[in-house]
Ligand binder design. Structure first.
Ligand SMILES: [Zn+2]
Length: 313
């Protein structure tokens, strides 16, 4: 393919003839930051990101020189046209389209199912596609939001019936806010880890309404739902039952890995069918799949795409 393609250097991705890195982890002069999850950010000199991501980036890493991307507002850098558009993953998450002789899209992390706290994903036709592939095996098919909500409600009511306190383990940025939005709408009171609380306040500042949550405490514990990051271990004054919320819950071993009583496959990523849907809609000639499994690459080749796996951190 012509002039535009990804180059991997020490596990970070850049474009071959443009001084722009894509979600680099090591410090760079200039990197696009698709969203503020820790595996997509580094201590760069300058970043290109949405205003929400800049806000979250500065909360997590500190002040940074930044160029703010407006959604679907093309701009020119180094003589090429860039356009950023929603990826559906978490607050502020973007994909980027670069137009040269070809149209190249880098997705960052994507979610196709509609979320409660995210903008809906857009899929643009392109010639080259660099795509994340977290759940690229056919066994990863996630239930719709209604079913996830049902299972979460069942976990809470069965826990309360046993006289225990319901405790969810979720990632502090993105999934926690989806859970707070869901349970807040259903009238539950929530007590959340201080980091989750701080990030949720940023969501609210950015215009995402969240309610019925407070920073972690054990006052009026009866009727409360607790939310902590998976790594947090807190002494509770009453017995707890724990539930991990993660796409990996499709694998039976996940609840043991998380040390949880239950696991529900609530994810902020595309599942296997969504990945295929995305690629067939974008319809690129060539697909670079980040950490793509051989089985997935072979499937794409059979479907007529020129597909390769690339490694990144
Ligand atoms: Zn992410």
């Amino acid at each position: 393919m012509a002039e535009l393609f990804p180059v991997i250097k020490k596990n970070d991705i850049r474009l071959n003839n443009i001084p722009l890195w894509l979600d680099a982890r090591k410090k760079k002069d200039f990197s696009f930051v698709s969203h503020a999850h820790s595996d997509h950010i580094g201590r760069h000199k300058k970043i290109l990101a949405s205003k929400e991501t800049i806000r979250l980036f500065e909360y997590r890493i500190g002040k940074v020189s930044a160029i703010e991307c407006e959604y679907n507002t093309p701009f020119t850098l180094w003589g090429k046209v860039f356009n950023c558009f929603p990826s559906g993953h978490i607050l502020g998450s973007l994909q980027i389209l670069i137009e040269d002789e070809i149209r190249l899209v880098y997705t960052g992390d994507i979610k196709l199912k509609t979320g409660l706290t995210t903008r809906k994903i857009e899929i643009k036709k392109c010639d080259g596609l660099i795509i994340e592939s977290t759940f690229d095996d056919p066994r990863y098919i996630f239930p719709p939001l209604e079913e996830i909500q049902q299972r979460i409600m069942e976990f809470i009511s069965s826990t309360v019936k046993l006289g225990a306190v319901p405790l969810f383990y979720t990632y502090p940025l993105g999934k926690s806010q989806e859970l707070i939005a869901m349970l807040g709408n259903l009238g539950f009171r929530m007590s959340v880890h201080p980091t989750i609380y701080a990030i949720s306040k940023i969501y609210e500042e950015c215009g995402v309404p969240l309610k019925n949550y407070e920073s972690l405490n054990f006052n009026r514990i009866k009727g409360k739902v607790f939310i902590l990051p998976p790594s947090a271990r807190v002494e509770f004054p009453k017995p707890v039952r724990t539930c991990a919320l993660t796409g990996w819950a499709i694998d039976k071993s996940t609840k043991y890995r998380y040390g949880a009583d239950e696991a529900i496959p609530m994810s902020d990523h595309a599942d296997y069918n969504d990945l295929i849907n995305y690629i067939s809609t974008a319809n690129p000639k060539k697909v670079w799949v980040i950490k793509g499994a051989p089985k997935f690459i072979n499937y794409l080749k059979k479907e007529g795409f020129e597909a390769v796996s690339i490694t990144s951190s």
